[in-house]
Design a protein around this ligand. Sequence first.
Ligand code: ADP
Ligand code: MG
Length: 297
Amino acid sequence: ATPMALMIGTGRGAQLGILIKGPEVLETTRRVDTVVLDKTGTVTTGRMALLDVIAADGEDPDEVLRLAGAVEDASEHPIARAIAATAVERFGDLPAVHGFSSLAGLGVRGEVREHGDAREVTVGRPGMIAEAPLADELTEAVRAAGRRGRTAVVVGWNGRPRGVLVVADAVRPTSADAIAQFRALGLTPVLLTGDSAEVAAAVAAEVGIDPERVIAQVLPAGKVDAVRRLQDEGRSVAMVGDGVNDAAALARADLGLAMGTGTDAAIEASDLTLVRGDLRAAADAIRLSRRTLGTIR
Ligand code: ADP
Ligand code: MG
C-alpha cells in the first residue's frame, strides 16, 4: 500500500475509535486469523460487585469482609475494588496494612496490625492459601459460585482459610455481537482467563465462544504461553486485553489490542487501542485494514 493509503486508513481508524500506533500495524491486522480475548475487563465490563460473603464455621462474616477489604484497598484489580468499596461502605475506615504484596493472577497479601495483634491476611484464588485445606462449607461456596458463573476468592489469615467472597461482573452488551463479527470475518475466537474453568465456560456460552476454545485458570505467564502455542500451530494471533496481567501476551501476539478502559501497561504493550472499550471496534479495525490494503494493491 502507498504511504498515503496507510495514512488515510490510520485517520479513518481514529474516527472509528481505534488508535493505531503506526501505519505498518494495518498490515499485521489484515493477516490475523485468531482472536484471543481476555475475560475480565475485556469480554466483561470489569466492574465487579460483591454478591456474597460466606464465613467458615466459627468465623464472623463481617470480620472476613473487613480484613479482606483492608488488604484489597491497595490493589487496582477489579475484584479488589469491589471488595474494598463494599468494606469501606459498611465499616468506614479500614485498618492500615503493612507489607502489602500483590501476586499477579493469584491475589494479594498484607499484615493487619490492631490492638497489639498482627494478622497476615491473604485474599485470592482458591488454593492460594495452601497451608490448610478449605472447610467443606467453603468448598461448597466456591463450587456454587462457579456453577452460576461467578468468581469466588478465598480470604484467610495466619495460614487458615476463613471465608469466601463471591464477586461477578456483567458481559459487555456489545461482546456477543463483536464475536459474531469475528466469525463472519473468518477469525477463530478464543477465551483466555485466569479465572476458573466454570466461570470461563459460563461467559463463553453467553457470548458464543466454542467450549473447546476456552483456556482457563492460567497465570499471567501462562497467557504468553497460550498465545505462543497458537502461533506454533501456524496461527496469526490477535490478543485483546485490558490488564497488567495481559501486557506480556499483548506484546507477544502478532497484533496486540488494548481496551481503552484498561491499564496503561496494556495500552503501552499494544499496537491498537479500542478507545471506547467496545470489542466491535476490533472487527472494524480488521475490516478497515482489509479495505485499506486490499483496494490499493
Ligand atoms: P483475568 O484473566 O480474567 O483478567 P486475572 O488473571 O486478573 O483474571 O485473575 C485471575 C484470578 O486471580 C482471579 O479470578 C482471582 O481468583 C485471583 N486474583 C487476582 N487478583 C486478585 C485480587 N486482587 N484479589 C483477589 N483475587 C485475585
Ligand atoms: Mg482482564
